[in-house]
Design a protein around this ligand. Structure first.
Ligand code: HAM
Length: 539
């Protein structure tokens, strides 16, 4: 390579995301197809949802204090107001040194630019400010004016004396612009339950008869630390039941559907864990008791758990830290603090599971990492996944639709399966083989159609079309090759048969069919070729 030639930069997938390649995609398709089939027999219809939504939807539904929302979302400003957002950030982050009047002057000019952009965006109807927003703009305007007067009127000796006032105005501008929400931030969806509820409300689905049953599949995005079974773009297959009834039989049927799906896929070793985390009547008192107990052992806990004593004590129960396990085992248990209604609901869920012949393990520590849950929570673990062994999580979330502005009477329950983990577990247990699949779509062909000469190519194109119409997987070389090279390629592609079409065969109205496993060869008319291939296919 000479110095003037540059090797083009090679790109790699971003950390934590990956390509899913053949033959794995054959299994992925089978998994997804099975979900379509099983879920539809339970009366679920598919919903296709946007991949991004207003950030606020997730903040409200999943919870602003959760790991998912507070540190794992991929968030971006809406493009139409991106320049405003950039200016706001500059103002908020600009660190001005004491006495630096020049910087304060530039800061003031930036604040004026921000106001100009906001005004323009308002005129173009790109933003509509609510009362708090208008107040922030007014404050920003007056602080920017005062700052300008102060800076332009300063005289050499008064510098130091007015700096305190300048610093105060800078801070006012910073606060006003930081608190100003202009347009929605967007986030890639970290999960889909919030979107399903949003869609339920938006399309007035509460007027539909009975409970509404929806399922979805697709990519989700969380900026987590990547490891086996944990990705930043991962896939879920999920289902939700929304409507007026919260009958425990619904909880049990949702779980039954999940297990029917896993059984159809021949997933081995799946274990169902269940719990009830109470409702707004009984949980707050339990959380306070838990918090009080945690305070007593605070010093023995790790940093994450210490932080969670304040933000979300329930999540401490989720901790996997070895040294915290003994401490957690001694903490008060939610099961002993459920109100009468939650206790009755939970007992009935368990009875309904038994009615369906479903075995479960109760796990009082199963609290789940999203804020919208109440009463029933569940997870399914599967082998072969290392520490990330939850292949599915779900639970009840009565109240979420109301929280998002929908009818208060709407109840909800659902689950999401981590498709990446499900596929991994199927592969690890040997249940990932797709009969006839990998050979058919992963480079294994029924027929490698070798042609020699222009007339044979025309005939081969027609024959290939008819074979493919009949469902056979056919490789048709795009250019003519020498006989040996062509058959060598058929071998390397692991084709089952080479069908040879040259001038002699064309003249005789036949093709030569070579079985590549043992080299046996015969000449067949087209009709017989089809019968022969069908017989092979049907074994
Ligand atoms: P979740 O527990 O956050 O629940 O996620 C459900 C499943 O998605 C997990 O059990 C896991 O299999 C998979 N999963 C989560 N994060 C990752 C990741 N970074 N990489 C690979 N797989 C992952 C929810 O998302 C709720 N929306 C479930 C739900 C639906 N609850 C009620 N309805």
């Amino acid at each position: 390579m000479t110095s003037t030639q540059h090797r083009a930069k090679q790109f790699q997938a971003i950390k934590g995301v990956r390509d899913i390649l053949p033959p794995d995609t054959v299994l992925w398709n089978r998994v997804e197809q099975t979900a379509h089939e099983v879920f539809s027999t339970f009366g679920f219809g598919e919903i296709r949802l946007p991949i991004f939504e207003p950030t606020d939807l997730f903040a409200r539904a999943v919870g602003g204090e959760t790991d998912i929302v507070s540190k794992e979302m991929y968030t971006m400003p809406d493009q139409e107001t991106a320049h405003i957002y950039a200016l706001q950030r500059s103002l908020v982050e600009w660190d001005i040194k004491s006495g630096d009047f020049q910087a304060a002057e530039s800061f003031q000019q930036l604040a004026v630019s921000l106001l100009v952009f906001i005004m323009r965006a308002q005129q173009e109807n790109l933003v509509e400010l609510e009362e708090a927003g208008l107040e922030a703009v007014n404050d920003l305007t007056s602080a920017a004016k005062e700052l300008q007067v102060l800076i332009s009127g300063r005289s050499g000796s008064a510098h130091a004396a007015i700096w305190n006032q300048v610093a105060g105005l800078v801070e006012r501008i910073r606060l006003a612009s930081g608190g100003l929400v202009v347009g929605d931030d967007l986030s890639l969806r970290p999960e889909a339950t919030a979107s399903v509820c949003r869609a339920y409300i938006e399309h007035g689905m509460q007027t539909l008869p009975g409970n509404v049953k929806l399922y979805y599949m697709g990519p989700m995005f969380r900026r987590e630390r990547p490891q086996k079974g944990r990705y930043r773009q991962f896939y879920q297959i999920g289902a939700e039941v929304l409507g007026p009834s919260d009958a425990p039989g619904i909880d049990a049927e949702v779980i039954e559907m999940l297990l029917a799906f896993f059984e159809r896929l021949k997933l081995k070793g799946a274990v169902l864990h269940i719990n009830s985390i109470g409702d707004k009547n009984c949980r707050p008192a339990y959380v306070e008791r838990l918090r009080a107990e945690l305070q007593k052992v605070r010093e023995q806990l790790g940093a994450d758990s210490q932080r969670r004593i304040e933000t979300n004590p329930l999540r401490v129960l989720d901790s996997k830290l070895e040294h915290e396990q003994g401490i957690i085992e001694k903490l008060p248990r939610i099961a002993d603090h459920l109100c009468v209604e939650c206790r009755a609901h939970y007992d009935e869920v368990k009875r309904q599971l038994v009615l369906r012949g479903i075995t479960y393990q109760e796990d009082w520590r199963l609290v789940r990492g999203l804020d919208y849950y109440m009463r029933t929570t569940f997870e399914i673990t599967a082998p072969g996944l290392g520490s990330q062994n939850a292949v599915c999580g779900g639970g009840r979330y009565d109240g979420l639709v109301e929280l998002l502005g929908g009818p208060a009477t709407t109840k909800g329950i659902g689950f999401a399966i981590g498709t990446d983990r499900l596929v991994l577990s199927l592969q690890e247990s040997g249940a990932g083989e797709v009969s006839g699949g990998p050979a058919r779509s992963a480079g294994g062909f029924d027929v490698y159609l070798a042609w020699f000469g222009a007339a044979a190519q025309t005939a081969a194109i027609g024959l290939a079309r008819r074979l493919r119409d009949a469902g056979f997987v056919v490789e048709l070389p795009a250019v003519e090759m020498k006989f040996g090279k062509s058959l060598g390629l058929a071998d390397r592609l692991k084709a089952r048969h080479a069908v040879i079409l040259g001038e002699d065969e064309l003249a005789a109205g036949v093709v030569a069919v070579k079985r590549l496993a043992d080299g046996t060869q015969q000449k067949l008319a087209e009709q017989d070729l089809f019968s022969y291939l069908r017989a092979v296919r049907n074994g």
